[in-house]
Design a protein around this ligand. Structure first.
Ligand code: NAD
Length: 471
């Protein structure tokens, strides 16, 4: 295993003036059809796995530098997650890229019909900092599996991971078709001025709008994986001990910097006290009496986010945690009650280790609360009563849902993952994560052996009668 070299901890923005050339370069390669054969795609995907496996220690170190990620957390959520997705792509590479026969309507007979998947061209992947390996490489792998050329832009905020990827990607992958550009706003702005055939953006909605506006100039389709406040509903029938543990795990993983982390809890008043007690116990069990010394708890990514989160603490009454240490960018797992519903705590995506608890009278109130806000990326409902779960599912909309759990719907490659409304558009993971980078070209092939004259003019009463019968 290699270790993190000195110069890997600082990312170096790619020169803005070189970016049109970078895009033109991979476009030229795409045009030469190098990326088309399945053998090329297979090799790149295998090399991506090798890059992750052979440099696991370096990735762990970079993730620890950027986010204080515990090794095992980085391994599960960034490294193993990508490997799992890529292995599935390798297994299904042929199946997901072969033409599919479909039926032909009687009016077109005799003929056959199929859909031929073809790559879109050059795909731009723009990633954020919170799972900086996974959120860059999974969409990039999907684009490669579909036969595209790719430009990847990791987040400058997770600079150690960005620098490591910048060193490794050209070493492992075919850089004539797969480029990695480092940098922040100027570099991304310059990239967005170029023409791409698909843009896959993960990050906040404000920048999502910037991306979509830039894409419109070239009529480029976009996938926007955004965020929002993901509600967690706790019904009085829930198993409160398990519920508290599962919420605590989903909330404080990566110090709360997870797009689908429970943002706030709506708990039925009758069980609020018990639930909070279980939550307090879960935090102590997971992170000990002093979570700052725990090897299982991460750090806030930057001073800017630390200051933003610290300011949110005054949105209610802190009943667990609330400790901060700016030098370490540490904020303890924090639970807040008596929440001011008009405060930023309840109106901005928290994206950190602070969990507000809002008591509600009934599930109907919880549903009204959720529906009075933009559609969330995720929604969680905890209840043993199936009728309650069904009622919530029927009356709310969200990008995805886990029932009696948190985050888990994201981990399944058999479920598409994405947002709806303000939380994004389009989805990926598993087969969906390859299909979005294909044009499934519809082709209808007719035979000339028979040439029924029915559709040809002149239109007669007899022809009209037949049409009215068969159509
Ligand atoms: P970020 O600051 O790293 O920004 C994301 C990307 O956008 C970066 O590559 C950055 O360089 C680029 N960028 C920033 N400003 C830009 C600008 N003005 N013009 C062009 N590009 C620009 O990450 P972030 O936005 O802070 O990420 C956190 C957000 O992402 C949260 O809202 C979170 O919920 C969301 N998120 C969503 C998912 C998902 O899968 N839906 C996953 C992770 C994070």
């Amino acid at each position: 295993m290699t270790s993190l070299a000195e110069n890997d901890t600082v990312s170096t923005p790619t020169a803005v003036t070189s970016l049109p050339g970078v895009v033109a370069g991979v476009r030229h390669t795409f045009g030469s059809r190098v990326t088309r054969p399945l053998s090329w795609r297979k090799k790149q995907l295998e090399r991506m796995i090798a890059m992750l496996e052979e440099n696991e220690a370096a990735f762990s170190e970079a993730l620890a530098t950027d986010l204080g990620k515990p090794d095992i957390e980085g391994y599960i959520t960034d490294i193993a997650f990508v490997i799992g997705e890529v292995k599935l792509m390798l297994k299904n590479l042929r199946r997901w890229n072969r033409p599919e026969r479909v039926r032909t309507p009687i009016v077109a007979m005799p003929a056959s019909s199929k859909r031929i998947p073809e790559p879109l061209g050059v795909v731009l992947v723009i990633a954020p900092w919170n799972y900086p390996v996974q959120l860059l490489l999974v969409p990039a792998a999907g684009a490669i599996a579909a036969g595209n050329a790719v430009v990847m832009k990791p987040s400058e905020v997770s600079s150690a991971t960005s620098a490591l990827l910048a060193r490794l990607v050209p070493k492992y992958l075919d850089s004539s078709a797969i480029a990695l550009v480092e940098g922040g706003v100027p570099e991304t702005t310059a990239l967005l001025a170029e023409r791409f055939d698909h843009i896959f953006y993960t990050g906040n909605g404000t920048v999502g709008r910037v991306v979509m506006r830039a894409a419109a100039e070239h009529l480029t389709p976009v996938t926007l994986e955004l965020g929002g406040k993901s509600p967690t509903i706790v019904h009085s029938s829930a198993d409160l001990e398990v519920t508290a543990k599962r919420i605590a795990w989903g909330k404080w993983l990566n110090a709360g910097q997870t797009c689908v982390a429970p943002d706030y809890v709506l708990v039925e008043k009758s069980v609020e006290t018990d639930f909070v007690e279980h939550l307090r116990n879960a935090i102590a069990e997971f992170y000990g009496d002093d979570p700052q010394t725990s090897g299982s708890f991460g750090r806030i990514v930057s001073d800017r986010h630390f200051d933003r989160l610290s300011a949110l603490l005054c949105g209610g009454r802190v009943i667990v945690g609330g400790d901060t240490d700016r030098a370490e960018r540490y904020i303890s797992p924090t639970v807040i009650t008596d929440v001011d519903l008009t405060s930023p705590l309840m109106n901005e995506e928290i994206f950190g280790p602070i969990l507000p608890i809002v008591p509600i009278d009934s599930i109907s109130d919880a549903i009204s609360f959720v529906n009075s806000r933009p559609h969330p990326l995720a929604l969680y409902v905890f209840a043993e009563k199936k009728s309650v779960v069904d009622h919530v599912l029927t009356h709310t909309t969200a990008g995805g849902v886990t029932v009696n759990g948190t985050l888990m719907h994201l981990t399944s490659p058999y479920l598409p993952f994405g947002g709806v409304g303000e939380s994004g558009m389009g989805a990926y993971h598993g087969e969906t994560g390859v299909r979005i980078f294909q044009h499934r070209k519809p082709v209808l092939s007719r035979s000339t052996k028979v040439d029924p004259s029915l559709a040809y003019p002149p239109y007669t009463e007899r022809k009209a009668k037949i049409f009215r019968k068969v159509l």
